[in-house]
Ligand binder design. Sequence first.
Ligand code: ADP
Ligand code: MG
Length: 219
Amino acid sequence: MIHIHQASKYYNNAIPALVDISFKINKGDFVFITGPSGAGKTTLLRLMFCAERPSSGEIILNGVNISRIKPSAIPALRRSIGVVFQDFKLIDSRTVYENVAFALEITGAGAKTIKKKVWQTLKWVGLLQKKDSLPPCLSGGEQQRVAIARAIVNNPLLLLADEPTGNLDPQLSLDIMRLFKAINARGTTIVVATHNRGMAEQFSDKIICLSRRHSIEPC
Ligand SMILES: Nc1ncnc2c1ncn2[C@@H]1O[C@H](COP(=O)(O)OP(=O)(O)O)[C@@H](O)[C@H]1O
Ligand SMILES: [Mg+2]
């Protein structure tokens, strides 16, 4: 599903973020990317959803070489990818329902479809009773579940999560990781970046370790 071949990324042509990275991710995998702060985890995820381009090397997603994709083709590509961030990135002035619906509105989905899918997804993540709340009125764990609902409402093939439990306490972090496991069990390929090596080991046996030298090292 994802094939990264000898990819490197240097910001401003000077600062190394990734050096000669190669690996494959298969459909249905649950993969963790770990490594110390600054190792390049966020950059690697950003390459996978075309928020950055590699300085060299190839990134093949479902047979498409996205390292050379035209900017006009990026929105369509992103429809098959859901992204979750450490700081949730919810719109605070919109309700839970509206935050999740927004992800479908931008795809041009019809009103009936939107309502059905948002209800189903909020129910599935256990937040239907909070659908009319504004994000600042929710706990951190609930906010992250809204962000996850928004990321999966469009049934993406691939879910990327960057330090999704970085702002949560250990119990809520476990709940969120169990939710990712359940999403993965429905067939979605998941890639989680975390500096928390213990969590990676607890939840998956596919771990990619980035070193301080921005390359893959044996775990
Ligand atoms: N937009 C940017 N401009 C310049 N340097 C960056 C940028 N983003 C990240 N970096 C640098 O690239 C390296 C990898 O960063 P990052 O991918 O954020 O690592 P991680 O997520 O593992 O902490 C770091 O040295 C960081 O300072
Ligand atoms: Mg990061």
